[in-house]
Ligand binder design. Sequence first.
Ligand SMILES: *Cc1c(COP(=O)(O)O)cnc(C)c1O
Length: 410
Amino acid sequence: MTVAPSRSPRSSAELIRAEEPVLAHNYHPLPVVVARAEGAWVEDVEGRRYLDMLAGYSALNFGHRHPALIEAAHRQLDRLTLTSRAFHNDRLARFAESLARLTGLDMVLPMNTGAEAVESGIKVARKWAYDVKGVAPDRATVVVAADNFHGRTTTIVSFSTDETARAGFGPFTPGFRVVPYNDLAALEAAVDETTAAVLIEPIQGEAGVVIPDDGYLRGVRELTRRAGCLFVADEIQSGLGRTGRTLAVEHEGVVPDVLLLGKALGGGIVPVSAVVARREVLQVLGPGQHGSTFGGNPLSAAVGSAVVELLETGEFQRRAEEAGVVLREGLTALVGKGVRGFRARGLWAGVDIDPAVGTGREISESLMREGILVKDTHGSTIRLAPPLTITDEELRTALGALETVLRQGV
Ligand SMILES: *Cc1c(COP(=O)(O)O)cnc(C)c1O
């Protein structure tokens, strides 16, 4: 019997070098190689520990490996993982019921990634425009906001205003109108009888946690109702507890016609996304008109149901709101000391760094050396979105490290 020689474990530096020739270069990660994690903490290959202040862009709202979610996944792994939608599975009804209940909407279309949920939402809105609203064939439009981020597919980058995301990927899908975010007059001017939907993020995450003026979301709700088109809210990042509410639209007491969810819906374990909508909207889909091999698979449904159960306790929304106060206080104290300004809601902040101190990337690298993981966006902004399970003390540790880095320079 021959035994394969055991390979000596590779260092972080070796693993980073090993990626270079074999992995597409579509990301520019911080030079940290994570090997294990629990709660708000991750550990690299060499055993260094870091506080995770990004939480997988809010895919890890419940922290790494939340016990209830891991248990739900384990239990399901031991029973059934995939059926395809050619057959029913015994987990899907409960997942759809609980998600509809949580959101106050009627029907669920389960998908996997966020981009798929957005694509699916666009298809549903167009079909609704033709079947229900009576828009002439192939004339339906969707109005979107500048500086949006809705994902990376060909259709979605068609209405991005980020040149890096678009350049080299045309020709683009027609049928979209872009208006400035947080501008109801511009929105009103863009909406007409061809409009199937207005698709916006209630808070623009990738743009730097841009929060619209109070009244904007209510205005979008009223305008779309008056114009007879759908309000599609992309809550893939803002939703599921992040802002101190289950949904960011709740801050204005608004219920959209169509809700797009993803990221945290998979509990940081599996990709789970969904289009959730009023019945008269989602019922436009018939057999064969849309689908996904993995959408609604029993493992995803089991994890998704466990996520909804956590959110039904209200505990995470409450923590996001409470810890958000600590976050805002800490950031307020740094304004003028390397921080030019910030925008925050719940446990989510976009922090504009004084360019004299360093770029967002440099600050992120310095924070990494202090044991804090964050991600920069748009040059001089860093984004803070820790797991909602983070303690006040851990949060103060992160804020203290930011103060140190800003004081010492990068
Ligand atoms: C992340 C994100 C998406 C895309 O989700 P993926 O799972 O990466 O495809 C869409 N919309 C918003 C608002 C997001 O934050």
